[in-house]
Design a binder for this molecule. Structure first.
Ligand code: GLN
Length: 534
C-alpha cells in the first residue's frame, strides 16, 4: 500500500465481557476485506506470563498458535475472522512485560537507574505494541487492551497508548472505546451516564477516543447518539451502536452498516475507497442461518459449566454445521457424572460424541465409559488430545484385555502405561510453557479414513500436551485392530488413531479446533458432522 503502518487501539469501559475481541476481529475483517493487511494483538493486564497455567474456569480456553504460544482465547477469534495465523507476538501480558524489564535490570541494562513504571514499563509496552507494525507486513495493527478503563491494572497500558498517540506521526493512531449502554427496564430508559463516566476516565488519562462503540440491547436513536457524542467529545457520527447479534459472525456486517471501517480509514488517512469484499463471509452466514437439518453431538468434558472453556471446539462445530447445511446442537456433558450404568441414558439421542481435551485425573473414567459405549454402538466418535488418549486406554482395557491399562496421568502405577509422559517431559518440573506446544508435521497413512478426510498425506496441526501414545505397545494395538493412521515423520510419535470397522472412530493427539474458520471449516469436524448426519 506504500504507507506507514497505522495503529488502532481498542479499549473497554463500564463492564468486562463486552466483546472487545469480537469488535476488534470484526473491524479487522472489514479492513482486510477492503484489501488492507491487518493483524490484531491483545495486551492483557494480569501477572501470569501467559494463560497457559490458568484453569479454564478462570479465563476460558487457552488458544495455541502455530509457533507454540499459549494465548488468550480472543486470538482464536482473530484467527477465525481474519483467516491468518497469529504468533507469540500477538498476546502480551503484564507478567511478560515485567519479566522482560526485571530480567534486563538483573543484567545491569539500566546502568544504575531507578527502574519505574514510567518510563521503563511503559517503554516495554510501547516496544511490543509497535513490534508487529515494524515488520512491514501490515498496513494496520489493531491492539485490544484487555481489562476495563479505570482498573488499576490496565493503567500502564492506557498510559502507553497515550504516549504512542503523542509520539507517532499525526494521524497514525486512533482509539476506539467500547462501552455498555444499559437499558433499565423498570424506567424503560436507555442510560448513557456509565458511558460518559468511562470516557471521562479515559480522557483523564490523556486518551481521547475517536469513536465510541456502544453495546446495547435496544437501538440508540439519533438523539442519544448526539448526546453521547456531545458529552464524550467525539464527532457526531462517531458514536455507533453494536446491538446484540444472532451470531458473532454477523458483527462485521453490523459494524459495516454502522460505517466503522469507513470511519477508521478516513481517520487514519488511508486512501481506500474499496467496499469490503465479504462475499464468502456472507455465503457462510447464509448457510449458517438456514440449516436444513439438526444433529445432536455430545461434548464430554470436565469444564462444561463454562461455555468459553471449549470455545474453539464450539466454533468448529458452527463452521462444520454451516458447511454441511445443518445446525449442530452441542450438548455439554460433565464427564465426572458418567458411569457404566448411566452412560446409555446420558448419550441417548446423540448422533455423535466428542471427547474433549483436558488435564488431570478428574472425570477420566467417565470419558472412558462414554468411549466404550460409542465404540460398541457404532456412534461417530472424535477424540481430541486427552480424548484420543482415553480412546487408546479404553481399547487396551476392553479389547486387548489389559484391565488396568491406563495413562500414567491417571494411574502412575499401571502395568500397561499405554499413554505415558514423553521422555523430555520426565525431567521437566516447571509448568509454564513446557508442554509439547505448537504446530508439528504429521504424515497420514494412505488408505486410512484420516487420509481420505484430509485428502493429503502431509498435514500440520497444533499440539498442547505432555503425554503421548506409548510406542512400546504399537504392535499390540495394530494386531488388535486400532490403526495408527497418522504419525510424526521425524519422531514416529503416533498422532492419529482410528478404527476401520466403525462408521467413524477417530482420535487425534493434536487440536484441529484451533485451525477451523468460517471460510475454511476443518475437514475433521466436517467429516465428523457428516458421519453424525447419517
Ligand atoms: N493431559 C493430557 C496431556 O497432557 C492431554 C492434554 C490435552 O488434552 N490438551 O498429554
Amino acid at each position: 500500500m506504500g504507507h506507514r503502518t497505522k495503529y488502532v487501539f481498542i479499549t473497554g469501559g463500564v463492564v468486562s465481557s463486552l466483546g472487545k475481541g469480537i469488535i476488534a476481529a470484526s473491524l479487522g475483517k472489514l479492513l482486510q476485506a477492503r484489501g488492507l493487511r491487518v493483524t490484531i494483538q491483545k495486551f492483557d493486564p494480569y501477572i501470569n506470563i501467559d494463560p497457559g497455567t490458568l484453569n479454564p474456569y478462570e479465563h476460558g480456553e487457552c488458544f495455541v498458535t502455530d509457533d507454540g504460544a499459549e494465548t488468550d482465547l480472543d486470538l482464536g477469534h482473530y484467527e477465525r475472522f481474519l483467516g491468518v495465523p497469529t504468533s507469540q507476538a500477538n498476546n502480551v501480558t503484564t507478567g511478560r512485560i515485567y519479566y522482560t524489564v526485571i530480567t534486563r535490570e538483573r543484567e545491569g541494562a539500566y546502568l544504575g537507574k531507578t527502574v519505574q513504571i514510567v518510563p521503563h514499563i511503559t517503554d516495554e509496552i510501547k516496544r511490543r505494541m509497535l513490534r508487529l507494525g515494524q515488520s512491514g507486513d501490515y498496513d494496520i495493527v489493531i491492539t485490544e487492551v484487555g481489562g476495563t478503563v479505570g482498573d488499576m491494572e490496565s493503567q500502564p497500558f492506557i498510559e502507553a497508548v497515550r504516549q504512542l498517540q503523542w509520539e507517532q506521526p499525526e494521524g497514525d493512531c486512533m482509539c476506539i472505546h467500547l462501552t455498555l449502554v444499559p437499558y433499565l427496564s423498570a424506567a424503560k430508559e436507555i442510560k448513557t451516564k456509565p458511558t460518559q463516566h468511562s470516557v471521562q476516565m479515559l480522557q483523564h488519562a490523556g486518551v481521547m477516543p475517536d469513536v465510541i462503540v456502544c453495546r446495547t440491547e435496544h437501538p440508540l436513536g439519533e438523539d442519544l447518539r448526539r448526546k453521547i457524542a456531545l458529552f464524550c467529545n467525539v464527532k457526531p457520527g462517531h458514536v455507533i451502536e453494536s446491538q446484540d447479534a444472532w451470531s458473532i459472525y454477523q458483527v462485521p456486517l453490523n459494524m459495516h452498516a454502522e460505517h466503522l471501517d469507513e470511519l477508521v480509514v478516513r481517520k487514519l488517512g488511508i486512501e481506500n475507497f474499496n467496499a469490503p469484499d465479504l462475499g464468502r463471509w456472507k455465503d457462510f452466514l447464509d448457510r449458517l442461518q438456514n440449516p436444513k437439518k439438526t444433529v445432536d453431538i455430545a461434548l464430554v468434558g470436565k469444564y462444561v459449566a463454562l461455555q468459553d472453556a471449549y470455545k474453539s471446539i464450539q466454533e468448529s462445530f458452527v463452521h462444520a454445521g454451516a458447511a454441511c447445511g445443518c445446525k449442530v446442537k452441542v450438548h455439554s456433558l460433565l464427564s465426572d457424572d458418567i458411569t457404566a450404568d448411566n452412560v446409555a441414558a446420558k448419550l441417548e439421542g446423540m448422533d455423535g460424541v466428542l471427547v474433549a481435551p483436558g488435564f488431570g485425573e478428574r472425570g477420566l473414567e467417565g470419558k472412558i465409559h462414554a468411549i466404550h459405549y460409542t465404540r460398541e454402538k457404532g456412534i461417530p466418535f472424535l477424540g481430541i488430545c486427552l480424548g484420543m488418549q482415553m480412546c487408546v486406554v479404553e481399547y487396551a482395557r476392553n479389547v486387548l484385555g489389559w484391565a488396568d491399562a491406563s495413562s500414567t496421568e491417571l494411574n502412575p502405577n499401571t502395568t500397561h502405561p499405554v499413554i505415558d509422559l514423553m521422555e523430555e517431559q520426565k525431567k521437566t518440573t516447571a509448568k509454564g510453557g513446557t508442554m509439547r506446544l505448537g504446530a508439528y508435521a504429521c504424515r497420514l497413512k494412505p488408505g486410512t479414513l484420516a487420509h481420505k478426510i484430509y485428502g493429503t498425506a502431509d498435514i500440520r496441526e497444533r499440539h498442547r500436551h505432555r503425554y503421548e501414545f506409548n510406542e512400546k505397545y504399537a504392535d499390540d494395538f495394530a494386531q488388535g485392530g486400532l490403526v495408527a493412521s497418522g504419525t510424526n515423520p521425524d519422531t514416529g510419535l503416533v498422532e492419529v488413531v482410528e478404527l476401520p470397522n466403525h462408521p467413524f472412530f477417530v482420535g487425534v493427539q493434536f487440536h484441529p479446533e484451533y485451525k477451523s474458520t468460517p471460510e475454511r471449516p476443518h475437514p475433521l469436524f466436517v467429516a465428523f458432522v457428516k458421519a453424525a448426519l447419517k
